[in-house]
Ligand binder design. Structure first.
Ligand code: NDP
Length: 329
């Protein structure tokens, strides 16, 4: 079993030296456990937060432990009822080639329905984040204006497409001309803002002439401030993530113009996808249905080789990933 263990709490950006890449014998499953051959691992911005000490929505990865990561793989050996070798499962498999874990913490998926990477993309965690975050927390109504940042990424690209399906006017904010072209030409967004070269406030005024009803925030920082400045009465701001702040070595920058919430009786609400775990089947069914009808596209950026983990993870923070970043084991 080849695996990455966290051996040091990163300061700022993650470095290879924060991990030990080592090989050890795979552990045989005990009662209630399965041994899984890991095939694809989900690389998520949240992993950066899990490496930090301190209270969060989930305990930090302990020093010396295998780095936590969602993944999909095939059961090699089972000591759990209802799970047999050959079954395909998703779960917190960790950055390793073989995972031995409790079957109750895994979800069995029907691999005949879709390629395996999709179960950690549109039909998995990012998909559920977009679906429940937008529809339950954002509550978009037909005709409203929805703005999403990180718009060409795993979650953001899905949020924009779901908002279009709801009949909204959708504007995405992403880095670079290619990503902006993609979300408009391929995904059907009404407009795109390249935050690396456009003036975000000026472009928001141009592309959202009626103001912003829902802002789905994946990035935080200045872009959150710029969007708050143009919200409408009773706007909903979904705080999904703040990737611009995850590698800070100084305190996180909060919105300076939060009084826009007061003036507009608006709501800003955090969401954590795990809270909707009992509704994933509903979300996955809806997403799969839209994909089948050609109304929703999912894009995966698959990098080969578990040994590239630290450098590949870093792509999320440089914007080099284009679509859901996945490590092929
Ligand atoms: P993405 O596929 O969107 O990849 C991250 C993207 O963030 C990069 O491609 C880059 O795109 C953008 N980015 C990086 N640094 C900055 C910056 N400084 N300013 C603006 N944009 C930046 O990742 P995910 O879709 O997996 O995650 C998106 C967000 O959703 C993250 O904040 C993540 O933490 C959050 N999330 C939250 C969940 C929850 O339950 N609350 C669950 C899953 C994800 P670009 O090239 O456009 O700059």
């Amino acid at each position: 079993n080849r695996q990455f263990r966290l051996i040091r709490r990163p300061v700022g950006h993650v470095k290879r030296e924060d991990f030990e890449f080592r090989t050890e014998p795979a552990r045989a499953p005990e009662h209630g456990e399965i041994m899984v051959g890991v095939e694809y691992l989900s690389l998520d911005p949240a992993m950066r937060g899990w490496m930090n000490e301190g209270k969060s929505y989930i305990a930090p990865v302990k020093l010396g432990d295998v780095m936590r990561a969602g993944g999909v793989g095939t059961i090699i050996e089972s000591k759990a009822d209802g799970f047999v070798p050959g079954d395909v499962v998703t779960g917190a498999l960790g950055i390793q080639t073989v995972a031995t874990l409790a079957a109750k913490d895994c979800i069995k998926v029907d691999a005949s329905l879709a390629p395996k990477p999709l179960f950690i993309s549109a039909l998995g965690m990012p998909g559920m984040t977009a679906y429940f975050g937008l529809l339950v927390v954002g509550e978009p109504k037909s005709g409203e204006t929805v703005v999403v940042s990180g718009a060409a990424g795993a979650v953001g690209a899905l949020v924009g497409q779901i908002a279009k399906i709801q009949g909204c006017h959708v504007v995405g904010i992403a880095g670079g001309a290619e990503k902006c072209r993609y979300i408009v030409d391929e995904l059907g967004f009404d407009g795109a803002i390249d935050y690396k070269s456009d003036s975000v406030p000026a472009k928001l005024r141009e592309l959202c002439p009626k103001g912003i009803d829902v802002y789905f925030d994946n990035v935080g920082g200045q872009i959150l401030d710029d969007c708050l400045a143009q919200i409408n009465l009773r706007a909903r701001i979904v705080i999904c993530g703040a990737i611009s702040q995850y590698n800070n070595t100084t305190p996180v920058k909060g919105p300076s113009n939060y009084l826009a919430l007061l003036v507009n009786r608006a709501r800003m609400q955090g969401m954590i996808v795990f809270d909707y775990a009992d509704r994933y089947p509903e979300g996955a069914r809806a997403m799969a249905g839209w994909m089948k009808d050609g109304r929703l596209k999912s894009r995966e950026d698959i990098v080969d080789g578990i040994e590239t983990f630290p450098e590949t993870l870093q792509k999320l923070f440089t914007g080099e990933n284009f679509g859901k970043l996945i490590l092929k084991v």
